[in-house]
Design a protein around this ligand. Sequence first.
Ligand code: B12
Ligand code: SF4
Length: 496
Amino acid sequence: MKIALINPNPILEENEHFYGQKWPPLGILLLGTILKNQGHQVRLLDQASNGYGFDKVLEWIKKVDPEVLGISAMTVGFLSSIKISQMAKKWNPNLKIVLGHYHPTFCAEKILKKYNVLVDYCVRGENEYIFSNLINYLENDPNLEPTDILGISYKFNGNIKHNPDYPVNKNLDELPFPDRSFLKIPYHQNLAGIELMDSKFTTTFFTRGCPHSCTYCAVSKFSNRQYRSKSPERLVEEFSYLTSKGYSEVAFVDDNFSFNLKNVSKFCKLLKKENLDVNWHVEMRVDQVTKELLEEMALAGCKSICFGVESANQRILNYYNKRITPEQSLKAIKIAKSAKIDFIIGLFMIGAPFETLSECKNTIRFALNSGVDYFFLNIVETWPGIPMWDDLVSRGLINENDRWESSTRVIDLTHTAEQRKRILDMITQTYREYISFKRIGWMLKMLPSMLLSSYKRKVGLNFLKHFRTGARTIVRLRNLRLSGFGKFTTEDQPIF
Ligand code: B12
Ligand code: SF4
């Protein structure tokens, strides 16, 4: 069959910008690889990274002329998926449209009810074989009811049906290496839009799932808190394969990379033996840090760690069910530095339900003084599928029938207009001051660590090499106004 797969850009408004990283869409890449291996003709479009407008996306669809269009629908990208579905169905009413990823997993009933003429199937959960089973059914018995295809929701004779869940994928070693030749754009490691390296960048995962259940995170419900891992041997094999294809920067997309410390340690030992020229990057919980492990990781090529610090306020951390303390975060950052991890990033969240202004300020101050090389101050958002959503619905703060189609800033529900303005101003001001060419003192302070770290030296040289683009991005970042999770608007200001 001819199948087109799209990772949509979450931007619908012309004056909005999305300042997430541009990373390959690993989910549809894996689906595409499996289908291609089964003999199907697959094409893939990463609109979130190539920035195509919707007209261009339609042009692409027409050119591919697929029989099935699969769209990856995160909550922030859901309305874009609907816009693409509308355009595609208008062009070809016989095209089968399948939505997969988090939003269709948690909102299948609502989607099939409201958009019944546009969306034919919702694929729920993470298992990659659900889609190939559906494709095989569409190829062979499209008129029969697909009662035995686990993990899908669909309409049949005017009724919405939800087949039982497909079990999560237990044997991750069995999965093929994603065929990255589907992707037609070069990806580079970047931070908030600033490219750090020129070399080829891609993503992979060691594990899936997480035994924790943080209030703001969709992962535990999506994979039923079932933690699984590839074998360290298979992961090293994958790293060898990636370097043979010219990739030298790899980011892990794991939910909880280092839950099994022994496995990580074994991976590092095996990777070190291979002596591959590859830098890798991970996210970690601060309570999993030991100096021995981080030293092993650094020696095996780990260049950056993002720590989920989230808040400086224990009350808020408890609400997030994060099971860490701010002191643990400071300790983890210190250990990472002493273990010679080159780049340490702190992830913070501002604007939990009824979080006070002084608590917000406290977290910002903490971020500034925590010793990290860079920090993200994300505004807390909520959407279906996370415990915080259920909490806000049960407290009557959010109407699940009104807000389910996109993501909602929590401060819009629990703070006054004046409080919201002060919180957003605080964040914008912090970035303005932090990302400033005037911070010469900070730059000088960075200098010794830059000179000592070959990775940081390369990042610095790369910045100088592309100085005009880098400087423009910095100016643009400084002028942006926050308008939602990862979204910004320049309002009337020119972009450059
Ligand atoms: C890596 C990652 C990113 C990367 C890359 C995203 C990408 N292009 O895929 C970057 C950094 C860019 C990113 C950005 C964002 N992310 Co993110 N991200 C992740 C992370 C950690 C891993 C995703 C991944 O690669 N998984 C591995 C692959 C193999 O699995 P997968 O993508 O889930 O795909 C499988 C299934 O979902 C399904 N599937 C996926 N697409 C499709 C399509 C079809 C047709 C079908 C049938 C099936 C299907 O099959 C796949 C194979 O098993 C997840 C957490 C998680 N565990 O998923 C969060 C996560 C997906 N991100 C999340 C969020 C909120 C964001 C941002 C909004 C954050 C922000 N403030 O900017 C942005 C949005 C970006 C965008 N362009 O839309 C949320 C989404 C929640 C939701 N309900 O939508 C998650 C779940 C994290 C969380 N804490 O809850 N993210
Ligand atoms: S935020 Fe991290 S630790 Fe918490 S549930 Fe999600 S993946 Fe697990």
